[in-house]
Design a protein around this ligand. Structure first.
Ligand SMILES: C[S@@+](CC[C@H](N)C(=O)[O-])C[C@H]1O[C@@H](n2cnc3c(N)ncnc32)[C@H](O)[C@@H]1O
Length: 213
């Protein structure tokens, strides 16, 4: 069986670095939002980092952050590494991490102040969302934050563009789909993440900031 595509857009490349048109548009807003949420010196584990542009921009805006890239996809990890090598900031080597795979998640033994994941949970089977919640319970300090960026469905309040995106994802892969906000909150609440703060972002996207306290 052929592997599913890892991106739904055409990406430009230069050396090993990949450039995502959507990350190019949203990275500065995302980094600014994260900067307002993350404590000074926070260690951040990013899941499904893709090209790496969100982490690079976040650390450019907040050089005190300690950022760990990860992705199950080798080409994406090579891009994250190439971006890291050109950065003035230090980044550890990107990790190969698949949220649907318990053995893969078990390699994380460190504790982080935050886990961040952008645009991953709708382009992966639901097992990846459950695995991400398990990882949050396992790898976040007590005051740690689980931060998701992307579209969500919100019942009758769902944006038409997000409903159309959901339908197009499901046509590509029936296991994919824009996730329901309340269902996502419930999955994390079952692991103790009962506090949820939702922030509107451009183009009907959101930042969902989940914590235990
Ligand atoms: C649409 S891309 C988003 C990339 C980047 N976060 C962004 O917003 O530009 C989805 C990313 O999630 C990764 N991914 C897919 N399934 C995953 C899984 N089960 N666990 C972790 N990452 C996964 C893909 O390899 C890809 O890099």
């Amino acid at each position: 069986m052929s592997k599913p595509p890892i991106a739904l857009e055409e990406r430009r490349s230069e050396d090993a670095r990949l450039f995502s048109p959507s990350a190019g548009r949203n990275k500065s807003d995302i980094a600014a939002a994260l900067s307002g949420i993350l404590p000074i010196g926070a260690s951040v584990l990013e899941i499904g980092s893709g090209t790496g542009e969100h982490g690079i921009e976040s650390v450019t805006q907040r050089p005190d952050l300690k950022w760990q890239f990860s992705d199950p996809d080798k080409t994406s990890r090579a891009s994250q590494l190439a971006w890291s090598e050109l950065s003035l900031n230090e980044f550890p080597k990107p990790l190969s991490l698949d949220m649907s795979d318990e053995t893969s998640r078990a390699q994380i033994t460190a504790q982080y102040d935050a886990i961040f994941s952008a645009n991953m949970i709708h382009i992966a089977p639901i097992s990846a969302l459950h695995g991400l919640a398990d990882l949050a319970a396992q790898a976040l300090v007590d005051s740690g934050k689980m931060i998701l960026y992307g579209p969500f469905l919100r019942g009758e309040a769902s944006a038409p563009s997000n409903l159309a995106f959901d339908a197009s994802l499901k046509r590509r892969n029936s296991a994919w789909g824009v996730r329901d906000l309340d269902a996502v909150k419930h999955i994390f609440a079952k692991r103790g993440f009962n506090v949820a703060k939702l922030r509107d972002m451009p183009k009907n996207n959101f930042i969902l900031d989940l914590s235990r306290v």
